[in-house]
Design a protein around this ligand. Structure first.
Ligand SMILES: *Cc1c(COP(=O)(O)O)cnc(C)c1O
Length: 376
């Protein structure tokens, strides 16, 4: 008889590696309940009942009027840029973000200008953007609330109004963030959200757009369905960026569990902060903000200190991740980076520690001790 591979494992298996994050999966029974509904109706995509239910529930939960579910966060960005007609236009964004923010701009043939970031919130700095506006005609601004931390949203609203240009948020990580007591979705013109499996709220793959304008919402709804209008007429060249019923089903399951997920990870973030003390610097904003517990980013004094901590963690089976390394964005000419003094100084010193649902305190304590130990 052939021996099972499992039996041949060494007697003391290596410790299971703790990854930087892990998707949350809801109860399979609950998911199957929704899948059954879709199977019974034989309605798997194209504005189906589950998608409509998720749309209504999210609108309620977030307090917004015009929300459109789409296939992923990158498609949401591409659609927002398309709707604001940014092809051939100059757009300012941040160097410290996931590549999709700016690659989607390039994809829409916009010209990307990067402005510097704030040293504490690590977000696009409105005063740096103001400087760029003096020297160049700019047609839109794309700030990002990185790691869910809101940027200075009021200042961007003011810049948008003064210069009569749209503010489009890459809100992939900030669906639940708050600025001055209000949802971040109340600021700016369009928000693009990601519901990728690694985000706090997810639909496996998915995303959403939130609009202020009903006309823009209706145009986007046509665009994600090949450009076909209500009357069946193709009104302009669209694309396929629809969310399926099976993806919406995942969203419905996770939306119910969301308060528990937030509470659980908030506790972990507090435990990290208490255990790490002032050995590292945390992301911050002096304004009244709420940052949902999406990631556990910390800043080291130097890149060398970061690399030491990272390799020590790795030795113990914990993987930490440097999310954004602007120099890796080769598609943007390197000379645009030379003026980004703050970004150049700090983006290589920021790393995310493991954070996921149900991470036991003993690991948080251990990770914090390894980080502190590496700094001695
Ligand atoms: C996740 C993410 C994206 C991309 O979203 P997808 O759903 O993976 O396409 C874009 N921008 C930021 C800041 C993100 O975190």
């Amino acid at each position: 008889m052939q021996q099972s591979k499992v039996v041949q494992l060494p007697l003391t298996p290596p410790k299971q590696k703790i990854l930087v994050t892990q998707p949350y999966v809801p109860s399979l029974d609950k998911y199957m309940h929704y899948v059954e509904k879709a199977f019974d109706a034989k309605w798997l995509t194209n504005d189906g009942p589950l998608l409509q239910e998720l749309t209504d529930k999210l609108k309620d939960y977030l307090g917004v009027k015009y929300l459109l579910l789409v296939s992923n966060g990158t498609a949401a960005l591409q659609l927002a840029y398309k709707i604001k007609n940014l092809s051939g236009k100059n757009v300012i964004s941040t160097p410290f973000t996931f590549p999709a923010t700016t690659t989607a701009l390039e994809w829409q043939n916009a010209k990307v200008t990067l402005s510097d970031i704030d040293p504490r919130s690590w977000n696009l700095d409105p005063s740096a953007v103001k400087q760029s506006l003096l020297t160049k005609k700019i047609d839109a601004i794309v700030p990002v609330n990185i790691f869910g931390m809101p940027c200075d949203m009021e200042a961007f609203d003011t810049l948008g109004k003064e210069n009569n240009i749209p503010i489009i948020y890459d809100s992939a990580q900030s669906m639940l963030s708050k600025y001055k007591g209000k949802s971040v979705l109340q600021y700016g013109d369009i928000h693009c959200m990601s519901f990728h499996a690694t985000k706090l709220f997810h639909t496996v793959e998915g995303g959403a757009l939130v609009f202020n304008s009903k006309e823009e919402y209706e145009r986007a709804k046509r665009l994600i369905n090949f450009g076909i209008g209500d009357n069946g007429v193709v009104e302009e060249a669209g694309i396929n960026a629809k969310m399926s019923e099976l993806h919406a089903a995942m969203g419905l399951c996770i939306l119910d569990d969301l308060p528990m997920l937030i509470e659980n990870r908030e506790r972990s973030v507090e435990q990290y902060k208490a255990a790490l003390g002032n050995s590292v610097t945390f992301q911050s904003n002096e304004q009244d903000v709420y940052t949902p517990p999406m990631y556990m980013p910390v800043k080291f004094e130097t890149e060398e200190a970061l690399l030491t901590a990272k390799s020590e963690l790795d030795n113990y089976g914990y993987s930490a991740r440097r999310y954004f390394n602007p120099e890796k964005n080769k598609y943007i000419p390197p000379k645009s980076y030379s003026q980004l003094v703050i970004s150049n100084k700090i983006s290589s010193n920021i790393m995310c520690l493991p954070l996921m649902y149900g991470l036991p305190y003993k690991h948080i304590k251990m990770i914090s001790n390894i980080v502190k130990g590496s700094l001695r």
